[in-house]
Each structure stands twice: as C-alpha cells, then as structure tokens.
Design a protein around this ligand. Sequence first.
Ligand code: B16
Ligand code: MG
Length: 215
Amino acid sequence: MIQAVIFDLDGVIVSTDECHYQAWKRMAEEENIPFNRTINERLRGVSRMESLDIILENSAREYSNKEKAALAARKNSYYVELIQSLSENDLLPGALHALRSLRENGIKIAIGSSSKNTPLIMKRLGIESLFDAVADGNDISRSKPDPEVFLLAAQKLGMSPGDCLVVEDADSGVEAALRAGMKVLGVGSAKNNPRATVTAGDLSSFDILSYIRQS
Ligand code: B16
Ligand code: MG
C-alpha cells in the first residue's frame, strides 16, 4: 500500500525546464558550443556539473576544472535571473490540486529533486508549507539515475521505499525511482516511458489518490 508520494520538481510541479534550456543556450552560444533541444533532453534530472559535461561533448576545446566551475556558475546566474519571476501561476496543470488532495487524505508528500535551487523555487511558488520533507541537490552527491535523492526523501518521511510512489518527468528519474525500489508515475517527457509503473500526460489527467487506493 502506497503511503507517500515523492514529487520531482522541475517538469512535474513547475516548468522550470524551459528556463534551464534558455540559460544553458545563452552560455553555450557565448562559448560557441553547439547546443539544441535534442541535447537538452539529455539534461533532464541530471545535475548541473553532469549537464555541463554533456554540453561540452560538442565543444571544440577542452576546459579545465576551474573553467568548468566558472561556466556552471555563469549558467546558474542566468537561470536564477530567469526564475526570479516565478509565481504560483507557473505551477503545472493539476499539481496544486494533487498536492492538496494527498495531504487532506493523510498521504505524506515530499520533493525529490536534483536541483540546488529547490529552496528558491519552492519559495517563489509559495508551496514550502505543503511538503512533509524535501530532498534536493544540496543533500546528495550522486544524481539521478542514482536512487540517492529518493531514498533520502523516503528516509526523511520515515517511510520504507516500497511504500512510496515517485512522480517524474525524466527518464533518468524513472530509473532512479525503480532502483530505489519505488513505483513511478511518468509524466511529461516520461509519459511514454515503458519502464514507468504507470504514465500520464500531466497531473491534471491522473488521479493519484484513486491510484493509491486501488494499489
Ligand atoms: P540546478 P529535477 C533538475 O531538477 C533538472 O531537471 C535538471 O535539468 C537540472 O540540471 C538539475 O535539476 C540541477 O539543477 O542547476 O538548479 O542545481 O528535475 O530533479 O527537479
Ligand atoms: Mg524533472
């Protein structure tokens, strides 16, 4: 019986994925590194430094570790600039309703995100008080598809992994949830992922509470 739901943030609760794309694109153009939406798909759920390594596969030159740290910091400053204007209007369809109905029905809810900007994003969206626990990029050393962030979220909730359902938009996140021993609802970019336990276009077209009660 599922007793807790762990939500990915970017691409599930809020569409910050477009802000990540715009910020990486700006940095890549300044460095004359080819970058497009196909490459961007590989960055979903992946940490900032690992995302940079993927982008640098197309670079004509090598970057030192110091230069890489500077590139990642520059991209993050562009990204933070873009997310300053986030508000509750940027919550994805069905997200707020799902969070509220789960809470009202005694299901524990947590965030399990690779993003180090999770606290800022949650504050901008005004959703901090809705969650029983948050595990994010500031707490972990291995990013999805490693299960670390979801296992930590379950631990913070005091739940066994087998009692948790993860909601994810990234193929790397679907793998992370499965490796954690959890069920996973794939949405958005993961809506056709055959590895997911169950799939939906977005949270407005899937009743998590009914699913939990049937499981
Ligand atoms: P930051 P999620 C992930 O968030 C994003 O999907 C991924 O594109 C990003 O690189 C990663 O966070 C790190 O983000 O640079 O803000 O620390 O989908 O796991 O909520
Ligand atoms: Mg995501």
